[in-house]
Design a protein around this ligand. Structure first.
Ligand SMILES: NC(=O)c1ccc[n+]([C@@H]2O[C@H](COP(=O)([O-])OP(=O)(O)OC[C@H]3O[C@@H](n4cnc5c(N)ncnc54)[C@H](O)[C@@H]3O)[C@@H](O)[C@H]2O)c1
Length: 520
């Protein structure tokens, strides 16, 4: 197999490429809503039990989804545990890898069509939607190669008269529970990891983006994943909760909020009657990502990088910047310059290529951002707001806050929207103290020119992903394996070495090779 490389993103500066996007969106809009069925084995039940809508035009239905009933969840669990895990687990790693590569090719052929669906269903601006599809392809390509590595086992010390072998076996059934903000890449990444390692997978996608989930299951099924090894169970949180507590589930791969993640960790720790294993939870959760700006930082670089980190996709990336811890010597200058940049942000529909900030995912998110902005105004100061914000759609006003007290919820809780707060610090050690006081440790950033400062911050910051002198979003598979520490995650890294080991169980076989004759 050729070495892994990242899928190249589209060159949106080229007019013919942009024209193809418009055509893809027009074709998408001309089709009826996408169907997201409950899909178990060969059975597809289509329904409009709930729908997803365009956050920029909430009257537009994007997908019609069936909601998995308790009986369907039971049927999916029975099929996966009784047949899927066994047949797929017995499939050679080479064949599993081949199928994942087939799914990557399927997505590659339809990448504009899928990106158009993301533009509508999650209000992902084109570059973000394209990036999400590329990341999904990367996960398939990367984990396909990882499956082959895992099948080799690991070298152990051998001594005369003894043969030692370490091999990894699939754990069984994986429940994948995913968020809406990377509606193809994240569910596909977790699903591909479970499948690459020979597990059967039950996917419970986010209720906001069932259409994207249906597409990725189609990709995997058409590429050859057997029906009993992969089910799609759309629905609300209760469907996820039912999977988490079931004794037939071995591994739970979750990405989403802290609240839900911690509940999953607690529930999965129980060992119900009949369960003969410990469940493993792979949980990637929320953060409160901070960027430290030292006094010698080049503000010409800092301002665009912070704007991109905080406001692209309306601050709804788990890696998005929410706090800036700025050296007092440059604090006022930075607030002024950032404020100018925030005021002129182009807030608009995801499909428009000049949009900087699209709508947030739903009304509740819009209201949440507004509540935190009010709190920032009450306890501190609003340094800037974007000027023009459309009325229709779930638009949240991009906002820059400053002068907040250290215990403000605006500085300590995940808002997950376009609100950035700047804090004044005496020096970099104080910035690190503040950052270290947070229970979150997902991403962080530093702008500094002195290499000693860089070393100091690298040593002190607990974040899973630290970015130095650049924006703090846009992790790439194999280049920046991604995931948080502390309450932001179980410390595992999606798209990196070691990730697949969470989906397998190690077994060591030791054989005494000093045979004393052969009994026949
Ligand atoms: N660390 C990361 O890599 C990463 C990546 C993307 C998003 N996130 C986080 O995800 C959050 C945004 O996503 P969201 O709003 O979809 O999160 P969420 O926690 O509300 O939902 C995530 C999934 O959990 C399901 N769910 C809800 N209640 C459940 C329950 N009781 N039991 C089992 N499943 C349940 C939902 O239906 C959904 O499928 C943010 O906090 C963001 O930081 C983290």
């Amino acid at each position: 197999m050729t070495p892994f490389t990242n899928e190249p993103i589209l060159e949106l500066r080229r007019a013919p490429v942009r024209a193809r996007l418009s055509e893809a969106l027009a074709a998408h809009d001309a089709r009826p809503p996408v169907k997201a069925p409950v899909w178990i084995g060969g059975e597809r039940r289509e329904a409009a039990d709930f729908v997803s809508t365009d956050p920029g035009a909430p009257d537009r239905v994007v997908a019609e989804a069936a909601a998995a009933t308790p009986e369907e969840v039971e049927a999916a669990l029975a099929l996966a545990s009784e047949r899927g895990a066994r047949t797929w687990g017995a499939t050679p790693a080479e064949r599993r890898a081949e199928i994942l590569l087939g799914a990557a090719a399927w997505l590659r052929e339809r990448r504009l069509e899928i990106a158009a669906l993301e533009v509508r269903e999650a209000a992902k601006p084109w570059p973000e939607a394209d990036g999400d599809v590329c990341e999904a392809i990367d996960f398939l390509e990367y984990y396909a190669r990882g499956a082959l590595d895992i099948a080799q086992g690991a070298p152990l010390l051998q001594v005369p008269g003894e043969r030692n072998e370490l091999r990894w076996s699939p754990r069984g059934v994986v429940a994948v529970i995913s968020p809406w903000n990377f509606p193809v890449a994240i569910p596909l990444g977790m699903t591909a990891a479970g499948l690459a390692t020979g597990n059967a997978v039950l996917l419970k996608p986010a209720e906001q983006t069932p259409g994207c989930a249906a597409v990725l299951v189609q990709a995997l099924r058409e590429a050859g994943v057997p029906p009993e090894a992969l089910a799609l169970l759309p629905g609300e949180g209760d469907v996820g909760a039912a999977l988490v507590k079931d004794p037939r589930v071995h591994t739970i791969a979750f990405t989403g909020s802290n609240k839900v993640g911690l509940e999953i960790v607690r529930t999965a720790a129980e060992v119900p009657d009949g369960q003969r294993h410990l469940k493993r939870v792979v949980a990637e959760m929320g953060g409160k990502n901070a960027v430290i700006v030292d006094s010698d930082a080049d503000l010409d670089e800092v301002v665009p990088a912070l704007v991109a980190s905080a406001f692209v996709f309306a601050g709804q990336k788990c890696s998005a910047a929410a706090r800036v811890l700025c050296h007092e010597a440059v604090h006022d200058a930075l607030v002024e310059r950032l404020g100018g940049a925030v005021e002129v942000l182009q807030v608009g529909q995801a499909e428009q290529l000049d949009t900087d900030v699209p709508p947030v995912i739903e009304r509740e998110a819009q209201e949440r951002v507004a509540r935190y902005a009010e709190e920032a105004e009450r306890a501190g100061r609003i340094a800037a707001r974007a000027r023009d914000v459309p009325d229709e759609g779930w638009f949240a006003t991009p906002t820059l806050a400053a002068e907040l007290p250290a215990d403000s919820p605006v500085l300590n809780e995940e808002i997950f929207g376009p609100l950035l707060a700047v804090e004044r610090v005496r020096d970099v050690p104080e910035a690190c103290d503040r950052l270290d006081a947070s229970p979150f440790a997902l991403t962080a950033g530093l702008f500094a020119r002195n290499p000693d400062t860089v070393d100091y911050v690298v040593d002190r910051v607990p974040a899973g992903n630290l970015y130095v002198n650049r924006s703090i979003t846009g992790a790439m598979v194999a280049r920046q394996p991604f995931g948080g520490n502390r309450l932001s995650g179980t410390g595992t890294k999606a798209g990196g070495p070691g990730y697949l080991l969470q989906f397998v169980e190690p077994r060591v076989v030791t054989e005494n090779t000093m045979r004393h004759g052969l009994v026949v």
